[in-house]
Design a protein around this ligand. Structure first.
Ligand code: CP3
Length: 355
């Protein structure tokens, strides 16, 4: 009977793109590649359009977001675009007083420390971010068969900016709240879970083909603390994103001890930073694909040294269900774009047939 059959797979150049196939664990014509922070200060065309425009103002201008997101796609022909925004943008959109200070990062005017502070942060509704809907719709039209990755900051990483008031090396105040004020911590994690989930829903509803959850600073936690205080919340965000029917990438830095848990939280693809060889990461992520993980400083080495390392990563990635090539963290602003162009070409032309 008809309803014993699964829904037919939709075939379109977009759904059949190498990136989405690798994310779903299907066979690919070439290893797909994109770069975290591929849009940004390493590109002269980015510096030109950003001149005199503050970071958050740029993020709230759909025309600029479309242009900046497309820049690395045009230049490199990468296999995916990532929406140009920032993990703190949805907080700004609901009214949290914060700014992104050049060379520093996000700075929050009134750090969150109490239940009352948490209660003052509104839930996010689509009306807060109509400019995001507009930008994503515009992009999807321009990108054609190139998938657009939407993203959000994960509860722990976003909490760190809110609680510390800015970037932090040790996340001491954040972890102190986690250890000593479980009620405040729980309320804060639930608030960020709502904001991240609603923000991802807006991006997918407008046409994003995949989402990445950035838990950049989760590597500061022991597996036990991650499991108890963070995992349930990230799981909820990924569960809601999964219900939207798009692949979910879950990424953090310094997470060699957490990769199994990050997979368990509900990822289709686990992002791996450059410190953990894929040979070690792959057995930890079970049925997930992997994304990564060239050391971002290898672009400063001679091209043959860089490509030799990239080739070894592609070979290691073949043991995974699927592999999306990327850097192990963001593009460093002083990166020569011509090196990333050579790297893209190398990865996309690397032969995958013949064992
Ligand atoms: O191309 C892309 O990857 C998409 C754009 C993107 C930005 N931020 C643009 C940006 C993405 C995905 C982010 C996410 C983000 N923001 C994360 C998670 C990813 C990671 O790096 O682990 C984090 C931790 C942030 C917080 C943040 N915002 C930092 C640490 C900084 C850098 C501060 C500085 O000036 O060095 C920002 C600002 C920011 N976000 C810039 C860009 C291009 C630089 C600002 C500028 O160009 O003026």
């Amino acid at each position: 009977v008809a309803d014993e059959h699964p829904a037919p797979v939709q075939h379109s150049p977009l759904e059949d793109s190498a990136f989405l196939k690798a994310a779903r664990g299907e066979e690919v014509p070439h290893t797909p590649v994109w770069f975290q922070r591929q849009a940004g200060r390493s590109l002269p065309e980015y510096l030109r359009v950003r001149e005199g425009v503050a970071m958050l103002d740029a993020c709230m201008d759909p025309e600029l977001v479309v242009e900046i997101t497309l820049q690395p796609v045009r230049r490199y022909g990468v296999d995916a675009a990532i929406f140009f925004s920032d993990i703190v943008l949805p907080l700004k959109a609901v009214g949290v007083d914060l700014d992104i200070v050049p060379g520093v990062g996000p700075v929050v005017a009134e750090p969150v420390r109490t239940l009352e502070d948490v209660a003052r942060i509104p839930d996010l509704t689509p009306e807060h971010v109509t400019f995001i809907t507009e930008a994503v719709r515009g992009l999807v039209g321009e990108l054609g068969a190139t998938p657009l990755i939407g993203f959000a900051g994960a509860p722990f990483t976003v909490a760190s900016y809110l609680v510390e008031g800015g970037p932090s090396k040790d996340h001491a105040r954040t972890k102190a709240m986690m250890f000593s004020a479980p009620d405040v911590w729980d309320a804060l994690m639930r608030k960020i879970t709502q904001i991240a989930s609603a923000y991802l829903e807006v991006q997918v509803a407008a046409g994003a083909s995949a989402v990445q959850l950035f838990d950049s600073w989760a590597g500061a936690l022991t597996p036990g603390d991650y499991t108890e205080h963070v995992l349930p919340h990230s799981t909820r965000v990924l569960e809601r994103a999964g219900a939207l029917g798009v692949p979910r990438i879950h990424f953090g830095v310094g997470t060699s001890n957490l990769l199994d848990l990050m997979a368990e939280a509900g990822a289709d693809v686990v992002g791996v930073d450059w410190r953990t060889p894929l040979e070690r990461a792959i057995p930890m992520v079970g049925e997930c694909s992997v994304q990564g993980n060239l050391d971002p400083t290898l672009v400063f080495a001679p091209t043959d040294v860089m490509t030799a390392r990239a080739g070894a990563i592609i070979e290691a990635g073949r043991a995974a269900r699927g592999h999306v090539f990327n850097l192990g963290h963001g593009v460093i602003p002083s990166t020569d774009p011509d090196q990333l162009a050579r790297l893209t070409e190398f990865v996309q032309s690397y032969p995958l047939d013949a064992g």
